[in-house]
Write a protein that binds this ligand. Structure first.
Ligand code: ADP
Ligand code: ZN
Length: 620
């Protein structure tokens, strides 16, 4: 690109530089707004396409686009990716040598750069902004803008000082971007980065290519291995709560023949960096990690994220699972949860140093998470509703949608459960209540006289595990609530939820675990019911010739290695799949494939065509 003072057409830039035919979601609107000089905030899920929202306007407007990004490790890949597309890009951060830095400034003054990536520390260091003021700036992009939020877990004090850009560069558009959706963070970004006069753009937070599978825990190790067996050779992340569990499961997976590496904050930073590097550059690596493995994983072809322990909140779950399938190809978010998880999380909260107010917030977040795992309706609908978005139809790509028939009409069971709570005086926890319903005869029951209650022994149609499920879900739905003192007792929820149920005006569907006897049978039979992979993506992976795809991947690996860049910087899987499906015979045909821009066509076109010519003409 040449940075003359002409304003380029965004659609042409998208096509010629990035090789894409169409804008996605609100990209077009955002880009037009910024090209016209507007500022704003962009909320878009991971993988939604935030980068183009500033890269395209930076190339359309005269001057250099300046991107503030907190993730030094990623900058180089971003810069490399842009260079591959023919964009003149550079980075300034602590990883650069003084010579590199001098060269970059020289290029900036000579108007020879289209995009500059800067760490916030560098940006705010002495004299930097003064030097920047001498240049023509196309725009400022502030990536990971939630780092300005003191509530969030990624708070970076330097980010607060970025407000100064508003005063120093009043005429330069400023675009803040984040994948963190909640309203408080949004308001904080707008206020702290002085974006009051800008627009807010919110993309859908749905990630249709991610399949959500939530399972009850019975034998975590066995369940995980069975799941991974369906994903041999694929890159993925397994999240566990503690360092010791990370170590243990990484070991287990290695023993079972997987390329698994542990990652947690207790490891030396060099070890962690090496793990991240392997994960990014090699294929088929599984990282077993605590949440320390977080921001900065922008690998597009992570095929699964597995949780063997509950995440802290639905926000955390969404962010963690969002690291799967950024390339838009089918990916799986898999999670097991068990009876012990919630009490343990509650204890963590109770024992933490946080103030009372913060603890209440944490408990409320946990409630939302429980609502999700105990759900009897489409997971995606619940997840999106949590972010204020309504999905009108069930998604067809989660365990609830895909494995129906496990929900049962539990109206009667719910009434019995409520009755047990009420008749025992709203003081007891589920363990005792279930005893009563099952007609238990123990000392405690007799001491309390509970064997004389009408509900005693009234619930023998369900087993203990199923009753626990009923209580958990009633709690998740707010029909039962925990006693305010936190002794573990259950009370009836608000009248408007409880009464219609007791009066028979409302029916209730719940998901019940299989009865114990059936569960044992299923355990033996499992393994044969491997999950089928739906094609939730517009790229039809089935149509690709596997031999051609393999050959293209091998070629890409060599290219990447020779240049010292990650493979996806050369071409994404998605692009290779499409090439392997269409088998273009000419440069023109190849150039029409999504992800093949002019620079890549010129650089790799002939090699790719030559490779395809070596393949057998037709695969039957
Ligand atoms: P984010 O930063 O929002 O997580 P990226 O900007 O990395 O997401 O984009 C995710 C992927 O989607 C990238 O591979 C990108 O090239 C691709 N992408 C973005 N916009 C488009 C588009 N309009 N058409 C096709 N692919 C796109
Ligand atoms: Zn669904």
């Amino acid at each position: 690109m040449s940075s003359d003072s002409l304003v380029h057409d965004p659609a042409a830039v998208l096509r010629e530089v990035f090789g894409y035919a169409q804008f996605r979601g609100p990209q077009r609107e955002i880009i037009d707004h910024v090209v016209a000089g507007g500022s704003g905030l962009v909320l878009m899920p991971t993988g939604g396409g935030k980068s183009l929202c500033y890269q395209v306007p930076a190339l359309c407007r005269p001057g250099v686009g300046v991107v503030v990004s907190p993730l030094i490790a990623l900058m180089q890949d971003q810069v490399e990716g842009l260079r591959q597309a023919g964009v003149r890009a550079a980075a300034l951060n602590s990883a650069q040598s003084p010579e590199d830095t001098t060269r970059t400034w020289r290029a900036l003054r000579a108007r020879e750069l289209d995009m500059l990536y800067v760490s916030p520390e560098r940006m705010l260091s002495g004299g930097f902004l003064e030097r920047l003021a001498e240049l023509e700036i196309a725009l400022f992009a502030i990536d990971e803008a939630h780092c300005v939020s003191q509530w969030g877990h990624d708070f970076r004090p330097e980010y607060l000082q970025l407000a100064t850009l508003a005063e120093r560069f009043p005429d330069v558009p400023r675009l803040a971007l984040t994948a963190t959706a909640d309203e408080r963070t949004r308001a904080e970004i707008v206020a702290k980065l002085r974006l009051e006069r800008g627009r807010v753009f919110i993309a859908s937070f749905d990630r249709p290519n991610i399949r959500y599978l939530v399972r009850e825990k019975d034998d975590t190790r066995r369940q995980l291995l069975a799941f991974l067996a369906e994903h041999k050779g694929e890159a993925g992340i397994v999240y566990a709560r503690s360092r010791s569990r990370v170590e243990r499961f990484a070991e287990d997976l290695r023993e079972a023949g997987f390329e698994a590496i542990p990652y947690h904050a207790g490891l030396e930073s060099g070890v962690r960096a090496a793990a991240l590097e392997r994960f990014r550059r090699e294929s088929g690596i599984i990282v077993v990690a605590t949440i320390a493995f977080g921001m900065g994983i922008d690998k597009p072809d992570v095929r699964f994220v597995a949780h063997i322990d509950l995440p802290k909140s639905l926000e955390a779950y969404y962010q963690e699972t969002g690291r799967a399938g950024r390339d838009g190809l089918p990916a799986v978010a898999w999670m097991v949860h068990g009876d012990g998880d919630v009490p343990q999380l509650r204890r963590f909260i109770a024992d933490s140093q946080a103030g009372e107010q913060q603890k209440r917030i944490e408990h409320a977040k946990l409630d939302a998470l429980i609502g999700f795992v105990e759900a009897a309706t489409c997971r995606r609908q619940i997840l999106l509703a949590h972010f204020g978005e309504r999905l009108p139809e069930p998604c067809g790509n989660c365990d609830i949608c895909l494995e129906p028939g496990r929900t049962v009409d539990a109206t009667e069971a719910a009434r019995k459960a409520l009755s047990a709570v009420y008749r025992t005086g709203e003081r007891f926890g589920p363990a005792h209540l279930v005893d009563v319903l099952l007609g238990g005869d123990n000392e405690r029951i007799r001491a309390l006289g509970h064997q004389r209650l009408t509900v005693h022994g009234l619930g023998k149609e369900l087993d203990r595990g199923q009753w626990r499920g009923v209580f958990r879900q009633l709690l998740a739905l707010g029909i039962l609530v925990p006693d305010p003192d936190g002794h573990g007792g259950l009370q009836l929820g608000p009248d408007e939820l409880v009464r219609p149920l007791l009066r028979g005006e409302r029916r209730l569907e719940l998901r019940l675990p299989a009865a114990r006897a059936e569960r044992r049978k299923e355990k033996k039979a499992r393994g044969s019911i491997a999950g089928s992979h739906g094609a939730a993506s517009p790229v039809d992976a089935e149509a690709a010739d596997p031999a051609a795809f393999d050959a293209l991947k091998a070629w890409r690996r060599d290219q990447a290695r020779a240049q010292g860049v990650p493979p996806y910087v050369v071409f994404h899987d998605r692009t290779l799949l499409e090439i392997a499906a269409q088998k273009p015979a000419t440069l023109e045909q190849l150039g029409s494939i999504s992800g093949v821009g002019q620079a890549k066509l010129a650089r790799y076109g002939e090699a790719v065509l030559a490779l395809l010519r070596l393949m057998p003409a037709h695969e039957g």
